[in-house]
Design a protein around this ligand. Structure first.
Ligand SMILES: [Zn+2]
Length: 622
């Protein structure tokens, strides 16, 4: 989500011509057993006072088989106040960020954020509700029965907070309004019940919805939003095919109406200085770019349309079609944050953060763009399974970075993830990947585990299943779980079906425990015409093992030793499949039909895919 937490060796990005061989398969349109919301919103925005009045009508469809006694809403803006859980947490994180604490401490009354609910009706009748921090609970007079529709109306007043993190007004690059997590939003309800996480720091989860949002705002502001503008001809600002009519000269305000279908959030940004450029892809998807022109931005933002189109084509080929009519990359926010059909990203090259300092905007944008596939379309619970979108986005960021790298001799981009978490893993300082997002002890631990260990999860999975099965499984997962909310089991089942292997052991041990991998080569023994090579499992995390044997005459022999729990093995060219190894036995003897004296070197995991804590025992030279 927030890119600034990354400490990645990002490569320079060069636009490479790309021939897409991709033919669009159909994308499944939602499952009918998950909740759905139709949001209709009218926003009367006072830009001078950073406030707005809102009316929201939500038609909520309870597709579950449960009877609901309450409805929960997120009121995210309430986090941006002194004494909020967000402020408390910032103070007590192990690696607290002084900047955030200081911003909270200096907030004045007209700089805090809030949602004030003036009135609330359900099915036309006023209802009781309680508000606790960022969570509102509606106590229903009449429970919502299974497979029924309920209309909720809310009249509210909100104040846009001065930017602390992610959303708000007047960000560090003087973008006026970053409108993210900005409206009363119905919480997710699924087979685990209501998801009512307080807004503390990170990650979101919501039901797929349709939005119809009208925003009345001072006409000097240009808007970028999730969805498609319905009245572009009236608005202008680069949306119109022809010049807008005279209305803009006579009126003080414009009302912008956006519609979006099958998205689980709606974000927008506004500034009086935005330049809006666009590019239409061959498949009809319109790419939009909104930025404030300056010597620090214009050059990069002129290059972005071609670069973003290249990423879209690459992802459509690798994963599946982008199903929405438009995508907007918008200068705003406090780093880089993904929203459906829209990314907020700082518009200038980073000046100080990490080793991405000074790199063009596209290096920061690649990660966020990958979230269109894993977050926007395939929408896992980002609180309980943050690795399913962040680990995936980072893995695809790395794969794309490698694909366009000029110098093919460079280390693979994902190597940075191994390097980042190897030292803390050796100290036993990592928490499990399935720790709920806000509960991580430290920010570095969150990024290390959710992003980096998450990306390594996929890299190792590819090593287990083999290349072809891996990509088949990724495509199947995307196709099956588009517009739905999968978890780790749903993903691994797709990979099991694609590979014909059993893989739940890998999911469970890698994501739910902190077990580590350490394999070693023992001392080989002469066995007549044969050689016995002992392989040792020193770590608690079992994995299949690739073994490379180099002979003195230069011949290379490749073996793979599958885990017995896989009930299968990868099928790769010139790789012999040895008999399976059960994790219950810490030693395995690989006997090969080669005389001892002919062997020069034995190496395990020669491709270095395993997150092996001790590399010094991975090879032996005879
Ligand atoms: Zn991300």
């Amino acid at each position: 989500m927030i890119y600034s937490v990354f400490r990645l060796a990002v490569m320079l990005v060069v636009l490479v011509p790309f021939n897409s061989l991709f033919a669009q398969p159909g994308v499944r349109s939602g499952t009918n057993d998950q909740q759905h919301v139709n949001y209709f919103m009218q926003i009367d925005f006072n830009a001078a006072e950073n406030k707005f009045n809102g009316y929201q009508k939500a038609i909520y469809t309870n597709n579950s088989s449960d009877t609901l006694q309450n409805i929960f809403y997120h009121l995210f803006y309430n986090a941006f106040q002194q004494g909020s859980a967000m402020e408390e947490r910032a103070k007590h994180m192990k690696d607290q960020e002084g900047g955030i604490i200081q911003k909270f401490q200096t907030l004045k009354a007209d700089q805090i954020g809030y949602h004030q609910i003036d009135s609330l009706k359900v099915s036309g009748k006023r209802q009781r509700f309680t508000t606790d921090g960022t969570i509102m609970k509606i106590i229903l007079d009449n429970a919502i029965t299974p497979k029924s529709e309920t209309t909720i109306e809310i009249w509210f007043k909100s104040q846009v907070p001065k930017m602390i993190i992610r959303g708000g007004r007047d960000n560090s690059e003087q973008v006026a309004f970053t409108m993210t997590q900005w409206y009363p939003k119905i919480a997710a309800y699924d087979r685990a019940g209501w998801h009512t996480e307080e807004y503390i720091r990170r990650e979101f989860f919501g039901p797929f919805s349709d939005f119809d949002v009208s925003i009345k705002l001072d006409k000097r502001y240009c808007l970028a939003a999730t969805g498609v503008l319905q009245n572009g001809e009236e608005i202008g600002y680069g949306y119109a095919m022809k010049k807008p009519n005279k209305i803009r000269d006579n009126e003080k305000y414009l009302t912008w109406r956006f519609k979006a279908k099958d998205v689980h959030d709606f974000a927008w940004g506004a500034d009086t200085g935005y330049t809006h450029t666009k590019r239409e892809m061959k498949n009809g998807v319109q790419l939009n770019f909104f930025y404030k022109p300056s010597t620090a931005t214009t050059e990069d933002w002129n290059d972005l349309p071609g670069q973003v189109e290249d990423i879209f084509k690459w992802m459509e080929n690798k994963v599946g079609p982008y199903p929405y009519p438009q995508y907007s990359l918008v200068q705003g926010g406090s780093g880089g944050t993904e929203y459906p059909m829209l990314t907020m990203i700082l518009g200038k090259r980073p000046e100080s953060k990490g080793i991405s300092k000074g790199y063009p905007i596209i290096t920061l944008a690649i990660h966020e763009i990958m979230h269109n596939w894993f977050y926007a379309v395939v929408a896992n619970d980002e609180n309980r399974n943050a690795w399913l979108d962040e680990g995936f986005a980072l893995f695809f960021q790395d794969e794309y970075t490698d694909a366009i790298a000029k110098d093919k001799g460079e280390p693979r981009a994902i190597q940075a993830s191994y390097d980042y978490i190897l030292p803390p893993a050796r100290k036993g300082a990592l928490e499990p990947m399935t720790t709920p997002a806000d509960f991580f002890d430290a920010n570095w631990g969150y990024s290390g585990v959710v992003y980096h260990k998450g990306a390594i999860f996929l890299n190792q999975l590819r090593y287990i299943t083999g290349e072809a099965s891996f990509w088949k499984g990724i495509k199947a997962y995307y196709s099956k779980w588009s517009f739905a909310h999968p978890d780790g089991d749903d993903f691994i089942l797709c990979m099991e079906q694609a590979s014909g292997m059993q893989l739940k052991w890998y999911l469970d041990l890698w994501t739910k425990s902190t077990r580590n991998i350490d394999y070693a080569v023992g001392t080989p023994e002469k066995r007549g015409q044969e050689t016995m090579i002992p392989l040792l499992q020193n770590g608690l995390m079992p994995m299949p093992l690739d073994v490379l044997i180099e002979l003195k005459d230069g011949t290379k022999l490749n073996y793979t030793v599958p885990q017995a729990s896989m009930y299968g093995a990868k099928n790769e060219k010139d790789v012999k499949v040895a008999k399976p190894w059960s994790w219950t036995n810490p030693q395995y003897n690989l006997t090969i039909p080669v005389e001892y004296d002919r062997i020069k070197k034995i190496e395990i995991d020669p491709a270095k895919c395993l997150f092996d804590l001790v590399l010094s025992n991975n090879s032996i030279t005879l």
